[in-house]
Design a binder for this molecule. Structure first.
Ligand code: F6R
Length: 608
């Protein structure tokens, strides 16, 4: 969704801002703009469509001179993605310019009030009220105007502000929307996301909700909502610029798929010490765990499917019932949660609005919350009682891959850790599962190496209008994620069904040559899935099966087999998803889709 970036220093601001915005493209956007301050003149350039349009409009930044500026990528919420609705917005007197991520919930009443006072609105956005409020409260002190304006806003925002009275100064404010400050030498930055600034600096300050910063080339001051100075610690960003670049791959998604052996290793390896799972960040007592009667896993999209994929392992090993709930449903479901419930929220970005709301809902009912998150310092990470980071590194492609597999890996660690702490697993079984867990990065690598025929499969089937994904139990969980990957990047309708449910309705849709992707890696119920394959084959379906290498029965039933190495059944979703990610990738490539930035989607869904 929207991204913001700000810069002040000695060099020209526009090229730095354009570069930062390009790094934020992956979040999804439909217009972009910059405002640059030169002496006391603010120049605004904005346009709908791609950042390349903005680069053209500004002649690579050359016709937008000045060493201080702010930039924005907009993902339209209030008003169409037009040039006028694009940010930055400028005050009627031309003195303030603003970029904004998030939603101002009380914008309608503020807009009415401002119109009555004679302010003129150009756009349909909620953001424009901010810039007029700044003008209204301006009495020659920009800091005061910023403070007063912030006190009037309800909702979520990360804001960047320029004031023509204060050359070489940018203001940055945060409320329930990510914002970090980048600290350089004689130049400083802000951004909604480290990827926008990591080319220039690895020193960062994470702002808390309600805090705002006044940034000049030589100084960064942070204030609380009453305007008092807050001392902040400078943190080191661990992600490097290579991680946010394609590194020779055609797409970020492909690079991230191939990064999975390393990413899964980073999630697992440091947490296995002397043959034990050690979760320093979730160091709870056995007594607390004994009091847990139910676990609710809540999240959105693939993160939700990561919960589905691990439910079986947690229930099986820990003997605690697990409910998986979509965060957007959970928040309005009047859920049965109390202090005997552990709520686990999962989020790659840590900024998903529905997931944050679900977290708050669980908390308000007395549950403790464990978060599984990739982005350090994100809102979910800050709000939870405990955080287990997935350590996947930056995920740039909109469709998650390593984000998902590392979430599943951490949930498996959680399952094993909890089972051991509760004394519900024998030493032999524990040791054997630890061995299986530590082998997962290797298994993921093998699954990548084993399937050179996937591009050819995509060539054969990419023009079908619909696909079916079927599986049971753990295979069903992985199939849900496989179908989602296919839909979101190749735009092919992919229906996922629990294999046993087919004959209760969906089988009516099976016709001659209909491709069906059948996941058959759960050996406990392989016979049952095999029968479902026979049923759809009898009606003309063509089967692409995902199975353990050398599974003779599946080889004889399926038209094509995608193989994965043999692994412990309960851990299989983490490995079987990998060739399905490749399948979706090559289908999308054959269909000429914008793989890293699928239409209508955003990387981080910060609005409801
Ligand atoms: C699909 C995908 C989305 C996200 C979902 C939650 O490939 O990426 O379904 O999984 O929007 O996002 P996070 O994990 O950031 O909360």
């Amino acid at each position: 969704m929207c991204g913001i970036v700000g810069f002040t220093g000695a060099q020209q601001a526009a090229p730095v801002l354009l570069n930062g915005l390009q790094k934020l493209e992956y979040r999804g956007y439909d217009s972009a703009g910059i405002a640059v301050l030169d002496g006391s003149t603010i120049t605004v350039r904005k346009t709908s469509g791609k950042i390349s349009n903005l680069v053209e409009k500004t002649d690579g930044g050359k016709n937008c001179r000045g060493t201080t500026g702010i930039g924005h990528t907009r993902w339209a919420t209030h008003g169409a993605p037009t040039d006028i609705n694009a940010h930055p917005h400028i005050s009627n007197n031309g003195k303030y310019a603003v970029v904004h991520n998030g939603i101002i919930e009380n914008y309608l009443e503020l807009r009415e009030e401002l119109i009555k006072k004679g302010f003129y609105f150009e756009s349909e956005t909620d953001t424009e009220v901010i810039v007029h409020l700044l003008e209204m409260y301006d009495d020659g002190d920009a800091k005061k105007a910023v403070l007063k304006t912030a006190s009037k806003l309800r909702g979520s925002y990360a804001l960047g502000v320029l004031c023509s009275d204060e050359p070489r100064t940018i203001y940055a404010l945060r409320e329930s929307s990510p914002l970090i400050l980048g600290i350089g030498a004689g130049e400083n930055y802000f951004a909604s996301d480290v990827t926008a600034i990591v080319t220039y600096t690895k020193n960062a300050i994470y702002l808390e909700d309600g805090e705002f910063a006044r940034i000049t080339p030589d100084q960064v001051e942070v204030f609380d909502p009453s305007g008092h100075t807050v001392q902040k610690k400078i943190s080191r960003i661990s992600w490097d610029i290579q991680a946010a670049e394609k590194g020779g791959f055609e797409h970020f998604m492909l690079k991230e798929i191939f990064e999975q052996p390393r990413a899964v290793k980073s999630a697992i390896e440091p947490r296995i010490r002397d043959g034990n799972v050690v979760l320093d960040e979730f160091d709870v007592s056995a007594r607390y765990l004994q009091g847990i009667k139910k676990i609710i896993i809540t999240a959105c999209g693939s993160a939700y499917y990561a919960g589905c994929a691990s439910k079986y392992a947690i229930e099986h090993l820990c003997g605690i019932p697990v409910e998986t709930e979509l965060a957007s449903e959970f928040r309005y479901s009047d859920p049965l949660v109390d202090k005997h419930t552990l709520v686990i929220v999962i989020s790659q970005s840590g900024e998903t609005a529905d997931t944050i709301a679900a977290l708050k809902e669980g908390r308000s009912r007395g549950a403790k919350v464990l978060a599984i998150v990739n982005v350090v310092g994100s809102t979910v990470a800050k709000m939870a009682d405990w955080v287990l980071y997935t350590w996947a590194g930056p995920e740039i492609a909109v469709a998650t891959t390593k984000g998902y597999t590392t979430q599943v890996a951490v949930l498996f660690l959680f399952a094993l850790y909890t089972a051991k702490k509760l004394g519900r697993i024998t030493d032999e079984r524990y040791a054997s599962l630890i061995r299986s867990l530590t082998s997962l990065p290797r298994r993921v690598q093998q699954a990548l190496d084993m399937n050179p025929s996937i591009p050819a499969l995509a060539k054969e089937y990419h023009s079908f209008k619909s696909l079916f994904f079927i599986g049971r139990n753990t295979d069903y969980a992985a199939a849900l994620e496989g179908a989602l990957k296919m839909k979101e990047i190749s735009y092919i309708h992919a229906e996922c069904y629990a294999a046993g449910e087919l004959k209760h309705g969906t089988i009516a849709l099976i016709e001659e040559h209909q491709p069906v992707v059948a996941l058959c890696c759960n050996k406990d119920i392989a016979d049952k899935t095999a029968s479902n394959i026979v049923e759809v084959k009898a009606r003309g379906a063509e089967i692409i099966a995902v199975a353990f290498r050398g599974d003779q029965r599946i080889l004889s039933l399926a038209d094509h087999v995608i193989s994965i190495p043999k692994i412990e059944t309960m851990f299989s979703p983490l490995v079987e998803i990998v060739p399905m990610q490749l399948l979706a990738y090559y289908f999308a490539k054959e269909n000429g889709c914008d793989i890293d930035k699928p239409k209508n989607l955003a990387k981080s869904v910060t609005v409801e």
